[in-house]
Write a protein that binds this ligand. Structure first.
Ligand SMILES: Cc1cc2nc3c(=O)[nH]c(=O)nc-3n(C[C@H](O)[C@H](O)[C@H](O)COP(=O)(O)OP(=O)(O)OC[C@H]3O[C@@H](n4cnc5c(N)ncnc54)[C@H](O)[C@@H]3O)c2cc1C
Length: 578
């Protein structure tokens, strides 16, 4: 340090968002003795699990893996009750975490951050909120979520509708009364696949408006007996380590064989085994080339389509429900009773119910909203309630909802006009001291997101501790290292079938005008962790570190970033987080 005074700040670190990511970030920052505050637009903690209260909402990574691991006491005291926890249970868990670690006192609820401006001479960020507050912080962490910016229904004439309508991510607080009603559901992604079986139990008639069918694996959900949970907790360190080193962030052994190397009968047996085990990786556990070889992928597709044909009694409906894209390249869903019930009490095979009707809006698009319902090219459907399960402006939406201006006043939106660019999905060149959690270019939505979140938060915390210990107050991704990382991410993706799914939200295809770029890092959690760890161990290669008060070029140590690991083919990267 050159001894010149730093510009005054209110906070060492401003964190935006109080979901899984923001809560753990706050906890770690406090541990470092930094003055930190979280700004959350909602009235409570929970993020995804606060907002998504639609019927049927639950995680599709097993509860015991979809949770924090940083505190053994927290692990031991929380009792998950089902293999896949419901939304209310996950929200209770996050509220418990907030209470247990006394986090609420440093969270400003009902506070939407609208703008972030980097004050270059002061080397600090000016955080502006919708309420007109302005706060200076030395560093900012964006924990705004990958699936938190709601994609609104694209019907300009929606106000004509005489009934109620709801977006699944903005479900009414007290629930929606669907009993005896005619309900239309627009969309057949993960959310609709969770919600439809529950809605069909209440409604008098349900119309499902489907553009693209999706693959869905049976959840094989069940209660978690306390003894089983105790056993999991006892061996948790190894379980979590296996998850951290795996591709998908769940404790699975990597597959060893190609689907094309085994006889058809054996292949079928392995798929059936996965199906009976259930879960998001039911089929992708089996073989190395599931995500990389069209012919291998086809064998899994056919297996999944056969299952649909075997469950859904009306052959025409079954055909409409059979997806044709490469399995796994759009987010694979997990269901309880959308296709199969596995004799769970109270569940039905939804498409075999007489009051559920599937409408193909690819061949007969929705032409508009009418006062009484929805009109398609082939007719009008009378509805009392419309449920829009149309998802999010994923991965970049919540980041770009904030007017972020970095060095020289350049906006993040302009910098990302051709698609997002980051180093490690953590930082962007031109935006010093600004971190993203599970940003584009990280495994994020392709992984168990809590595993990825913990790793990102730990990386950021270690980085801030490193800076503090050396009297440094500035870190910025170099443009060269950022370009190298973008190329690395693209090369990994191009070695798989993922970029061939043109209608996926992984490439922004659900948002008109969004650049079509495959955004996540496909190399898997374990590989990513090693690459990010090596960068840190070598003193943050690819980042410029320095003190803002001195001449940046003299002090900043700009590393080439040329030592990124070589690109290789992703083995069997999986596909959780949605
Ligand atoms: C229905 C659903 C089910 C899911 N199931 C799984 C699953 O099974 N497994 C899995 O790995 N992932 C799943 N996900 C992904 C899930 O989003 C992540 O697992 C995880 O909850 C993300 O935590 P987060 O803290 O990063 O973001 P979020 O939980 O999205 O929290 C971000 C917070 O930031 C706030 N925020 C955003 N912008 C601003 C702003 N400008 N100002 C102030 N506050 C702001 C939001 O209000 C929100 O509370 C699911 C997502 C959805 C929608």
């Amino acid at each position: 340090m050159d001894g010149r005074p730093r510009a005054p700040v209110d906070l060492d670190v401003a964190v935006v968002g109080a979901g899984f990511a923001g809560l753990y970030m706050l906890h770690r920052l406090r541990g470092l003795g930094l003055r930190a505050r979280v700004f959350e637009r909602g009235p409570d903690v929970g993020g995804t699990w606060f907002w998504n209260t639609y019927p049927g909402a639950r995680c599709d990574i097993e509860s015991v893996d979809y949770c924090y691991s940083f505190s053994p006491d927290l692990l031991a005291e929380w009792r998950w009750t089902e293999r896949y926890a419901t939304q209310p249970e996950i929200l209770s868990y996050l509220r418990h975490v907030a209470r247990r670690f006394g986090l609420r006192r440093d969270i400003e609820f009902g506070t939407r951050v609208t703008a972030l401006r980097y004050d270059e001479p002061g080397n600090r960020w000016l955080v502006s909120t919708a309420g007109g507050d302005e706060i200076y912080a030395r560093h900012c962490v964006l924990a705004v979520g990958n699936l938190s910016s709601v994609n609104p229904p694209a019907f300009p004439d929606l106000e004509r509708f005489g009934g109620e309508w709801h977006h699944t991510a903005q479900w009414p607080g007290g629930g929606a009364d669907l009993a005896g009603k005619r309900v239309g559901i627009v969309g057949t992604g993960s959310t609709a696949i969770q919600a439809l079986p529950q809605i069909a139990r209440q409604a008098e008639r349900v119309y499902v408006f489907q553009r693209t069918p999706n693959y869905s694996m049976p959840a094989q959900n069940r209660p978690l007996p306390p003894g089983e949970l105790d056993e999991v907790i006892q061996g948790y360190r190894e379980r979590r380590r296996a998850a951290e080193e795996s591709d998908p962030g769940i404790p699975v052994a990597p597959p060893q064989r190609s689907a094309l190397q085994v006889p058809a009968q054996e292949r079928r047996r392995m798929y059936e085994q996965g199906w009976q085990r259930g879960g998001i990786n039911a089929l992708s556990y089996a073989f190395t080339d599931y995500f990389t070889d069209e012919r291998a992928n086809f064998t899994a597709q056919e297996f999944a389509r056969e299952k649909i044909r075997g469950i859904v009694r009306d052959p025409a409906v079954a055909q409409m429900l059979c997806p044709t894209h490469h399995i796994g390249t759009k987010r694979t869903c997990v269901d309880i009773g959308y296709f199969e019930t596995y004799n769970l009490p109270g569940y039905f095979e939804t498409y075999n119910l007489p009051h559920v009707e599937l409408i193909d809006v690819r061949s007969s698009p929705i032409s508009g909203v009418t006062p009484g319902g929805l009109a398609t090219a082939s007719g009008e459907y009378g509805l009392d309630v419309i449920v829009f399960a149309v998802g999010f402006d994923a991965i970049t939406g919540a980041l770009l909802d904030i007017d972020i201006r970095g060095r020289g006043g350049q906006t993040l939106a302009a910098r990302w006009a051709g698609g997002p660019r980051t180093l490690l999905g953590l930082c962007a060149s031109g935006f010093p001291n600004l971190f993203m959690i599970t940003g584009p270019g990280s495994p994020g939505v392709l992984s168990n997101m809590v595993v990825s979140i913990e790793q990102h938060v730990d990386w950021i915390s270690d980085c801030l501790a490193y800076l503090e210990a050396r009297g440094l107050d500035r870190i910025e991704a170099s443009a060269k290292a950022e370009s190298d990382w973008v190329r690395h991410v693209n090369e990994l993706a191009d070695a798989t079938l993922y970029p061939q799914a043109p209608t996926s939200w992984y490439v922004g295809a659900n948002i008109p005008g969004k650049p079509r770029v495959f955004m996540p890092y496909i190399g898997g959690c374990g590989r990513y962790r090693r690459e990010a760890g090596e960068i840190a161990e070598r003193g943050y290669t690819g980042f410029a570190l320095g003190t803002a008060s001195a001449d940046a070029t003299a002090l900043a140590r700009v590393c080439s970033g040329g030592n990124l690991p070589p690109t290789g083919r992703s083995s069997a990267a999986a596909g959780p987080g949605r």
